[in-house]
Design a protein. Sequence first.
Length: 388
Amino acid sequence: RTSPPTSRGTTPTPEAASAAAITAAAAAAAAQAASACGLTGLYGLLTTLGGMPSADQVKQAAIKAVNDAPPFVHLSNRDSAPQLKIEDFTKVIGGMQGYRMARASHGVSQGTFYFEVLVLSPPTIQDIQAKLPPNVRLGNKLQKQLQELSKNKDSTSSHAGGNLRIGWSMRTGDLQAPVGYDKWSYGLRDIAGSRIHDSKREDNWGGESFGPGDVVGFCISLSASDGNHIRFFKNGDALGNFVVRKGKREGGAAFEDVIDGTYYPAISSYMGGTCLVNFGPYFIFSPRSLPSGLKVKAMSQVCPPPQSPQEAVNAAMKEKIFKKTDDSLVTRFREAIEIEATIRQEAYKTHMAKHVEQVRKLRQERNLSTSDLPAPTNEKDNNGNDDE
């Protein structure tokens, strides 16, 4: 069963049939306006349907767009090795084979930016043995470790593997390899705190090993005047070797003369290595002992908060897109903008609320101050700011 062909001999899809008629030029202009506001769901509909979509179509497209690429800096499913599992856009769970990499959705090409990673417990021996692919090849060291730990009666509390290499990578860095494998990435290794670039490893540069419970920080500074460098931190303290000259603290960089380019936070995992990534704006440990004059921004600042529904409408309606159409089409376009802008704003608010509470909990576990964090939601309720 098919619908009768149109006058041009094509059969409209059900989606296109429910879209309001609109000229090709107006559809293109409306799509451009939607794209400029970050409304990728509406943009996709306008470019594929050939008409103004219904409210339900916009809602479904907006939800899908937010689920695919939320309006904040996050770990990108599109730019991660398929063997890795990304949860809630912030947690990396490694597969059971070699190192694989995941990158963030946003990168930086100038300025000084920072993110941190909380190392989580690696998988148990039972987990590894249950998930290992058939005929997988393991290194001699890991094979011996698995054999020894599997003899332990309490094997559910024994861990192996779970290694991490974390740092910064360009888009050209190989996702099927660890951070630091090629010249496009710079990494820190959990074992011995080694620094690695272009597969060259250095153990004695001032790094430290890190493991479950540690919070590791990653700073990149890209400056035409001051040069490019990368720094690492452990539980807020700067790694590396520093000197004080004429009252100024200098040194400590893990890498200097970093190649110009756009760099993305990058996490690589081996044998189930697991971690939680925090792009800010609040951190468990803010970086300490920075060189004099170095100002650091959170990676979250690279992606501004989404526009409010009214801001999005005002921005999209600056140009008179529908010059020769009736008011109902203009109203429908405004409603479509409001629908997706509202969904994006709510996704951002939900993310920020969860982010703040997660940082608060992790700081409290470490007896750190939370005075700079927004008040908890229940405190606002008790102060009578809501229904009561």
